[in-house]
Design a protein around this ligand. Structure first.
Ligand SMILES: N[C@@H](CCC[C@H](N)C(=O)O)C(=O)O
Length: 278
């Protein structure tokens, strides 16, 4: 790809959901080439490797706005773990202070950097599109599937997560007629005795189970509270073993003032060479 190399990149991880973040306030990658760039730079073992690419751009009214690409080159409206990583990146780079607002396709996200460890709390967009009583048969067993859009679409199934073939069942839900044409991310959720959750997510645009999905964790927490299985704030453990906290209030069975909190790790800063895109 004919770009000006090297390109400064930062690798970040939100609970094991990993991203390449690029300060793109001075545009480096033309818009029509960004999807291909995302696919190439996100290839594991051949390039930097990540679940997604985040380009930080200038905005006239907000601290910044982003473009978020999944690793297959598709644009996602929102990403909870990516939002926490973008916020910490912006704070570190002096693009924003410890409280910030930034633009996504799903709407404006507010974020706050917390404490010495610089964990990040993001206020999510208001969830919408609630559906329940969707019955789908997976491996011969009929499951009730819940649906909610927490910035991106999410199906939620309460099951014994140890035994779930997440890749296969996730693909079946992701492409199921019930969720066409946009498709959905799919979350398999176990509720522990103390009301905390274990969530395994198949992500649209990665087309596999990821180590964590922020919007998925939020979706699972909201449905769990709505169904009387848990109470806000909800502690959630993700596939990668890290913890996230989801807090909201439920009014007339709808979640409002939804916050997602957890660590956003800065893994490394590096210069991407042209060979990374071969
Ligand atoms: N990992 C993200 C969600 C990213 C978008 C998703 N793959 C989609 O295309 O819907 C998160 O942390 O929320």
């Amino acid at each position: 790809m004919n770009l000006d190399f090297p390109i400064a990149i930062t690798k970040m991880s939100g609970a094991g959901n990993d991203f390449i973040v690029i300060d793109h306030r001075e545009p480096l990658i033309p818009e029509q080439r960004q999807a291909e760039f995302a696919q190439l730079v996100c290839r594991r073992r051949f390039s930097a490797g990540a679940d997604g690419l985040i380009l930080i751009e200038n905005d006239d009214e907000l601290d910044f706005r982003w473009r978020f690409y999944n690793n297959d080159g598709s644009i996602a409206e929102m990403c909870g773990n990516g939002a926490r990583c973008a916020a910490r990146f912006a704070y570190r780079a002096g693009i924003a202070g410890s409280s910030m607002r930034f633009g996504t396709v799903a709407g404006v996200i507010e974020a706050e950097i917390i404490g010495e460890q610089e964990h990040v709390s993001v206020r999510m967009t208001e969830p919408e599109g609630y559906r329940n009583h969707i019955f789908i048969t997976l491996d011969g067993v009929r499951h009730e599937v819940f649906f909610i859009n927490t910035g991106v679409p999410h199906a939620v199934v309460f099951v014994e997560t140890d035994q779930v073939p997440v890749r296969e069942w996730g693909r079946q839900l992701r492409y199921h007629d019930q969720f066409a044409p946009a498709g959905t991310n799919a979350n398999f959720v176990r509720v522990e005795e103390d009301g905390s959750l274990l969530v395994r997510t198949y992500e649209r645009g990665v087309e596999d189970e990821t180590m964590a999905c922020g919007t998925g964790v939020v979706a699972a927490a909201i449905i769990a509270v709505q169904q009387g299985l848990s109470e806000s704030p909800v502690d959630v453990t993700t596939t990668g073993g890290e913890q996230l906290l989801v807090q909201f209030s439920l009014q007339q069975n709808r979640a409002t003032e939804v916050f997602l909190q957890g660590a956003a790790r800065l893994i490394y800063q590096a210069e991407l060479s042209a060979e990374a895109l071969l």
